[in-house]
Design a protein around this ligand. Structure first.
Ligand SMILES: [Zn+2]
Length: 104
């Protein structure tokens, strides 16, 4: 998935979930309708953020990705096996694009 690094940072640091039911939210793209109330299970004060969903931890993960994983992009590209999709599209479109690739 092709995704701009800064867009990834914004996604990660804004993400939180309900520890009661697991519903996932984002402060910008999918906030809860009422402050501190889960839309799904109506739990109050049940929101939490993963310990590593902060900017410092995420940037470390990003550096590790570029060091350890990104070299595979060139390897698979050279073999003609690389398929890329836009990772910033909505979930439904992204899912469809992944399925199209897997059906080849
Ligand atoms: Zn909930």
């Amino acid at each position: 998935m092709k995704v701009d690094d800064e867009a990834l940072v914004r996604r990660v640091i804004g993400r939180y979930n309900c520890k009661t039911c697991g519903e996932v939210y984002h402060k910008d793209s999918k906030p809860s309708k009422a402050h501190n109330v889960c839309d799904n299970c109506l739990a109050t004060n049940s929101f939490m953020q993963r310990a590593d969903d902060n900017e410092t931890s995420f940037r470390t993960r990003l550096v590790n990705y570029y060091r350890d994983t990104s070299p595979l992009i060139g390897y698979y590209h050279a073999k003609g096996l690389l398929r890329s999709i836009d990772g910033l599209l909505d979930i439904s479109t992204t899912q469809k694009n992944i399925l199209k690739i897997l059906e080849i």
